[in-house]
Design a protein around this ligand. Structure first.
Ligand code: C5P
Length: 235
């Protein structure tokens, strides 16, 4: 099946909890997302259990600073062997270009960079508070265009946006979507969700999935159901 990769969101507070989580999951799952909570707690050592199993690591740090600082942060992160790394598109063109340059200089095993456009926790009012008066969807499109034209490899986006962004950005961009739920699945705190199949059909290259796998009584069965949903959608 030529569908998107499944990235498991490892939303745990300490790396001691990674091994028991991995032990419950099927070995075929080889992509994991580590975010700010765990990385702030332990730094690069938090990644050791994933490295030991040769897993692909998505380091979700959402970098946003002056170009030189972000360039150097990307350079440092490149040495950790991570495959995907996030940064904020609203850091602007110079910051994005500096990040892209640092990633490219890291060679063939470099991290691919993903830009975050508008946080899904923000609505039109929040944007207006920071001086952005155009519609949220227009802001997303403008920041997507900016990031890709600055040499960033792809975007993190909601599954509702992925179809339009795929059309807009062409086949090469990575499009990584959280907010994935199987039909009838628990939403938790997610409001705008889509099924794995619909995100795949719309052109997502990677799906970030946490609770539907981690909280399943049988995670292997949950992964089979997710893959079946993708396969049916792509048939
Ligand atoms: O458990 P669930 O599948 O909802 O986990 C989704 C993961 O994706 C979490 O790590 C969450 O922080 C992250 N995420 C998200 N929505 C965004 C950006 C990131 O759910 N807009």
């Amino acid at each position: 099946m030529n569908g998107p990769d499944i990235i498991v969101a490892l939303d745990v507070p300490s790396s001691a909890e990674i091994k028991p989580v991995l032990a419950r999951l099927p070995a075929e799952l080889n992509w994991y997302k580590v975010g700010l909570e765990l990385f702030c707690a332990e730094g690069p050592t938090a990644l050791a259990p994933l490295r030991e199993r040769s897993c692909n690591i998505f380091l979700d740090l959402k970098l946003h600073d002056i170009p030189r600082t972000v360039e150097r942060a990307v350079k440092s992160a490149s040495k950790l062997g991570v495959k995907l790394l996030t940064l904020h598109a609203c850091g602007g063109r110079a910051m994005l270009e500096a990040a892209a340059k640092a990633a490219k200089e890291a060679g063939p095993d470099r991290p691919r960079l993903l830009a975050v456009t508008v946080l899904t926790s923000m609505d039109a009012r929040d944007l207006s508070d920071i001086g952005v008066t155009r519609a949220v969807s227009d802001q997303v499109k403008a920041l997507a265009d900016l990031a890709i034209s600055a040499g960033i490899d792809g975007l993190v986006c909601s599954p509702q946006e992925v179809g339009e962004l795929r059309k807009r950005l062409g086949p090469a961009a990575l499009l990584v979507t959280p907010g994935i739920r199987l039909p009838g699945g628990e939403l938790g705190d997610q409001k705008r969700v889509a099924t794995p199949g619909s995100a795949a059909r719309d052109g997502a290259t990677h799906l970030v999935i946490g609770r539907p796998i981690l909280e399943a009584s049988d995670p292997a069965a949950a992964v089979r159901a997710i893959k079946a949903d993708i396969a049916a959608a792509l048939k």
